[in-house]
Design a protein around this ligand. Structure first.
Ligand code: AHR
Length: 481
């Protein structure tokens, strides 16, 4: 039995079942998610290889070859139609056209399930999905359950990487108007033991880790690479549970009465569904979602434990984020532009600015150093890479406001993530494209001889789709020094 078969057997059926990685009913063979490719805006539904099975990742890869793809729809497998699509603006506007949030890259979160490749939804800050017309979700104080399998190493301290029940208006309509899983290290409201990340409940105007609206040491820091997270709520009763999605059982971190703050008892749930954002479309959070459901009714711990056993049996495992020409740690490399205009140009720096400059064997030693980079293990994700300046040891290429910059490593989590890049086979069919780990829709690009992380089309001039694949494809050669 699959998760939603198990929930149904307990009398708490799924009313939303979202999984880009696999079917969540043993008989489900419909579409799991939809991708759109940039080259011609065509869309493809990705379905399981067989009923109840893992997603057909090869279908996506063939469809997206030599271009980029975004996840446009995460289908609801429950049959009631609670699909998730690009979140519209709420109180806070998203970064995409007309205030919509961004869509996730289709390749930001590769994974394998019992040896079969699939893709999760990698939510970079600014990314969000929502359904403001959801049906059969809990309203008011009605009971519901939720679980999500997340990447416990991908989080931040901003508001709010959530999955669950929120306001259809996109507005903060008051305490108790949401009930979602939150994952991350945001401690503006509640917090748990240690530094985080924590599984908390976003109940609107507060992330709750237990009975106290502030700190509850019973809610542990939890950062398994694959983390099962649970939040559920009923009249004056709610719970946080979690565990390692690869192994072992769930623990109950809290189960008890509602917070003793006005507005949370009874609850005023409104029944929209969101992923990756807060109720008011706060979109600073980041995280990775592989699968999750919402149920009608408050599931028993026994049913959830059986769901956890099924998740463990699904065999989630990490696979490489890197492909294409290999890089050697410690080697000195250069990045040669491939756009016809610019093949004499190499990625270089002038002070803190990253640009392209014409460099050759007769260039000055200073310029040669400015265009040469030492390959280091990714500061934010060791299987990817960071590029240290040969001219300014201790300084790395990072992105800041989507421009590339050369900055000294300040030791922060943000710097490490901004300075981590995952090379892949070049988008134009030669060389390499250098994808941002933390914003995987974005790649090293030269635009008017300046370096950016650019998406293939988008709101900034440097995201222009024209020449994107060439501008974002580089030949990695030996360094000049
Ligand atoms: O409850 C935390 C956040 O507060 C909600 O997600 C958002 O709507 C509000 O800003």
């Amino acid at each position: 039995a699959a998760p939603c078969d198990i929930y149904a057997s307990g009398g708490t059926p799924c009313i939303a079942a979202h999984g880009t990685t696999r079917a969540l009913y043993s008989s489900y063979e419909g579409p799991l998610y939809q991708v759109k490719r940039a080259s011609d805006n065509a869309v493809l539904d990705v379905s399981p290889l067989a009923a109840g099975g893992v997603a057909d990742a090869d279908a996506q890869d063939n469809f997206c070859a030599s271009t980029t793809c975004l996840i446009t729809v995460i289908y609801d497998q429950s049959g009631v139609g609670n699909h998730l699509t690009q979140a519209p603006p709420g109180y806070f506007h998203g970064p995409d056209v007309d205030g919509y949030d961004n869509l996730a890259s289709a390749i930001g979160a590769p994974v394998s399930l019992n040896g079969r490749r699939a893709y999760g939804a990698f939510v970079a800050p600014g990314t969000g999905y929502r359904n403001n017309n959801a049906v059969e979700t809990a309203i008011g104080d009605e009971p519901q359950g939720m679980y999500a399998v997340l990447d416990g190493t991908h989080y931040n301290d901003a508001c709010c990487f959530d999955y669950g029940n929120a306001e259809p208006s996109g507005l903060d309509t008051g305490n108790g108007h949401m009930e979602t899983i939150y994952f991350g290290s945001c401690s503006w409201w509640g917090s748990g033991d240690g530094e985080g990340p924590w599984i908390m409940a976003d109940l609107e105007n507060g992330l709750f880790s237990g009975l106290s609206p502030s700190n509850n040491p019973g809610d542990p820091t939890i950062s398994h690479r694959f983390t099962t997270s649970i939040v559920k709520g009923a009249p004056n009763l709610w719970a946080i549970r979690g565990g390692n999605a690869k192994d072992g059982k769930l623990s109950t971190f809290f189960e008890g009465e509602r917070p003793s703050v006005d507005g949370y008892n009874p609850m005023s749930k409104e029944g929209a569904i969101l992923l990756g954002i807060g109720g008011d479309n706060s979109n600073g959070g980041q995280g990775t979602f592989y699968e999750g459901v919402m149920t009608d009714g408050y599931p028993s711990a026994e049913i959830e434990d059986a769901v956890q056993a099924d998740i463990v049996a699904a065999g989630y495992a990490e696979i490489s984020l890197v492909n294409g020409p290999e890089l050697t740690l410690g080697s000195s490399i250069s990045f040669q532009a491939t756009t016809a205009c610019c093949t004499a140009r190499y990625l270089s720096h002038t002070g803190a600015s990253i640009n392209t400059q014409v460099v050759d064997s007769s260039s000055s030693i200073d310029l040669k150093k400015q265009a040469s980079w030492t390959v280091r293990a990714g500061l934010g994700k060791s299987e990817c890479f960071s590029f240290e300046s040969n001219n300014s040891p201790g300084s790395f290429i990072r992105h800041a406001n989507f421009a590339l910059a050369l900055n000294a490593d300040d030791g922060s989590k943000l710097f490490a993530e901004d300075a981590t890049f995952c090379p892949q086979a070049g988008l134009s069919g030669q060389g390499s494209s250098i994808r941002s780990w933390s914003h995987p829709t974005r790649y090293f690009r030269h635009f008017k001889d300046v370096g950016y992380i650019s998406s293939n089309g988008g709101v900034h001039d440097w995201d222009a789709a024209g020449a994107f694949t060439d501008d974002a494809t580089w030949i990695v050669n030996a360094g000049f020094v």
